[in-house]
Design a protein around this ligand. Sequence first.
Ligand code: SAM
Length: 238
Amino acid sequence: TSSPISATMTLDIIGTIESCYPDKFGIPRQPGLAPGATAILRLKAPFDHPDCVRGLEQFSHLWISFIFHQSPERWTPLIRPPRLGGNIRIGVFASRSTHRPNRLGLSLVELAGIEYTPTPALILRGHDLVDTTPVVDIKPYLPWADSVDDARAGFAPEPPPLLEVRLSDDCQRTLNARPDGENLAALIHEVLSQDPRPAYRRHKPDERSYGVRLHDLDVRFHVEANAPASGPDHDSII
Ligand code: SAM
């Protein structure tokens, strides 16, 4: 018989994320919103034995369970999701907030490959994890078991609306000079179109300039409200 779980239990960190996102700011709210986001999940001993990942290469996507280690340990029963503008409060278990008991996160990511030397490392794409995120479990994604076509999604029924992104000439020149420029341009578009600004900044004129770090690049941006080039009904980010 299994031993009864006491009020607390210990989790082992099985690996750590090396991410294209050095900072939390700017990371999309869910994986898949920036398909070009890359990371390496480096397993650590004793979980780095090749037997642990035998057969995993047969799956295209993985569930990654991790700790929101850059969130505070305190939590509150009610939180204010950015999706609702940061004013309406809902229960922490009705949210995907990073401020939650046990600080457990869950992300569905693409498995782009596995490196086996010196020890197994998983190449991930389309993630939402900040650099150094500790990982506590990995599971293969089973579409027939893990996705429900007619599921209801409450106050988050579809992905957030996108902003049009226009790169400055200076930015374009920088990217043209880099071998990874094309991939970086795609990632910049994916991340900035999500409007990384805090929710309370989004619905009023905003003259501020913001910075998002992607890989080793510091991308500065500002939002132009209803810029003529972007059409009447949505803002654009430069
Ligand atoms: N997909 C996960 C989930 O639903 O549990 C995470 C959703 S949460 C809203 C996504 C945000 O978590 C990202 O925008 C990023 O700012 C933040 N984040 C990512 N890694 C983190 C970490 N290690 N500690 C704290 N916050 C993190």
